[in-house]
Write a protein that binds this ligand. Structure first.
Ligand code: SIN
Length: 483
């Protein structure tokens, strides 16, 4: 692996705490999902080290929060510059440990870096308020303060961008951060730490805690009185557990959890565009994103035509090693993920669904991009987040019916629909019970937009002008005696 990289210093094998690299036993392997090879042996932290890292982060924050916004901006921009300089190496590391096609890894590194640039600017816009009081002799002032030390638990599907999305907002606000990346993809996180180090981010402000025992990290940061906020991206199941635990300390929480995105193609849609966007949304990262299309609703009058367009596009997708420039679909992350996808597909077939394209496992963790028709509400695949390259198709007749079906889920993260009728666009957008609605597009992730869900997809927003508020406390000053 090391031979593929220009900047060999990006490969690290232990935690980055208070500006130092900690290697202290507790080894576990990082596996390339494409070929099953061991990429690295990582050293995990024990609870004592995690506790020490909380203390040093607290210490570091006492200075960091007093810097001017411009100073914090300059640090974040220096880090951004380092990431862009090392973009190709970071992309290779990402593809090796996560499996996604190299072109998607490059896109993720740029996307992730953009958050640093965005929040570097937002640091300068942490404005307060002066509010007219209802009594004379008093002034109401509102200021904003950093919330305190932040812990972030980040997922394997975006090993770079989900870190920068959280920490850039927290650091811009004046907080120090402890990140626990997924044990499946720690190398990207540590490469980011090396670049933070090279960019001169003061020690203790950005820390990466490596462990293959996620619950140990969660227990320590949740029990700590120093850590004031936990930001988590991952499954709804784990999100619920963390929320219960955080309740004991009334710890602030942001949760970006699972989705079950509907993708509705109305009869008046631009079908070529809808088919392109469906592929982009459904098969991004081999179907392993929380905002991936999960259920495709197609109006009966254009059903056959849309399926043909979709099939044509799937036929040209190339499946294989993410490092190959031409690959569009890489491996799933591990055998448990493959088993889950296979089981969902099998159960749907037993209940009457049928495959019109794909459906085969063609390598260790490689599954063909698949179209599964005649899916209905009796099937688990309709209700669960698939996290794999299976496009499930459902026919509909009326607008009311499809809105009801689209909303019939415990999730509320992303949704998509396609129509050229402006009145319908507004009507449907209002009725969809989701935090994000893509209209005539299947790609809505960008730093300027508030990313986040409702219902059991969680709460809190990342990116946009709203993202920094997650890391700030409001303080109300009532200034009296002014008569
Ligand atoms: C996710 O899947 O959690 C994030 C996807 C994105 O930012 O587009």
């Amino acid at each position: 692996m090391i031979n593929l990289l220009n900047n060999k210093k990006l490969l690290k094998y232990g935690s980055y705490i208070n500006g130092e690299w900690i290697v202290d036993g507790n080894y576990f392997d990082v596996i390339n999902p494409y070929n099953g090879e061991t990429l690295a042996q990582m050293s995990g932290c024990n609870p004592q080290i995690i506790n020490k890292s909380i203390e040093s982060a607290d210490q570091a924050m006492s200075t960091w929060k007093t810097l001017t916004a411009r100073e914090r901006n300059e640090y974040l921009i220096a880090w951004y510059d380092k990431i862009i300089e090392n973009k190709e190496d970071l992309s290779i590391i990402l593809t090796l440990e996560q499996g996604k096609p190299i072109k998607e890894s490059r896109a993720e590194i740029s996307y992730g870096a953009e958050y640093l640039k965005w929040f570097a600017e937002e640091a300068k816009r942490i404005y307060g308020d002066v509010i007219p009081a209802s009594v004379s002799g008093k002034k109401i002032l509102v200021t904003k303060e950093p919330i305190g030390v932040v812990a972030a638990i980040t997922p394997w599907n975006f090993p770079n961008a989900m870190i920068t999305r959280k920490v850039s907002a927290a650091m811009a606000a004046g907080c120090s951060v402890l990140v626990k990346p997924s044990e499946l993809t720690p190398l990207s996180a540590l490469a980011l730490a090396e670049l933070a180090h090279e960019a001169g981010i003061p020690e203790g402000v950005f820390n990466v805690i490596i462990t293959d025992k996620p619950q140990e990290f969660a227990n320590e940061v949740i029990a700590s009185k120093i850590v004031k906020k936990l930001s988590f991206t991952g499954s709804t199941r784990v999100g619920k557990l963390l929320m219960t635990q955080c309740g004991h300390e009334i710890k602030r929480l942001s949760l970006e959890l699972g989705g079950n995105a509907p993708f509705i193609v109305f009869e008046d849609a631009d079908l070529e565009n809808a088919a392109d966007q469906c592929v982009a949304s459904k098969f991004r990262n081999t179907g392993q994103t929380c905002v991936c299309t999960n259920r495709i609703f197609v109006h009966k009058s254009i059903y056959n035509l849309f399926l043909e367009l979709l099939q044509d596009r799937l036929n040209s997708l190339k499946i294989g090693n993410g490092l190959d420039e031409n690959t569009d679909i890489g491996p799933l992350i591990n055998s448990a993920a493959l088993k889950k996808v296979e089981n969902l597909q099998q159960e749907a077939i037993e209940k009457g669904a049928h495959i019109i394209t794909g459906g085969n496992v063609i390598g260790k963790l490689l599954i063909e991009p698949t179209i599964l028709c005649e899916v209905n509400t009796d099937m688990a695949i309709y209700h669960q987040e698939i996290f794999g390259p299976i496009a499930t198709i459902i026919k509909f007749e009326t607008e009311e019916e499809v809105i009801e079906m689209a909303n019939d889920t415990e999730y509320g993260l992303a949704s998509y629909f396609f129509s050229k009728d402006y009145a319908k666009v507004w009507r449907v957008a209002e009725k969809l019970q989701y935090g994000m609605v893509g209209i005539n597009t299947g790609m809505l992730s960008m730093v300027e937009g508030p990313f986040g869900g409702i219902k059991q997809s969680g709460f809190g927003r990342e990116g946009s002008k709203y993202g920094i508020e997650e890391y700030l406390n409001l303080k109300y000053l009532c200034l009296g005696g002014l008569d």
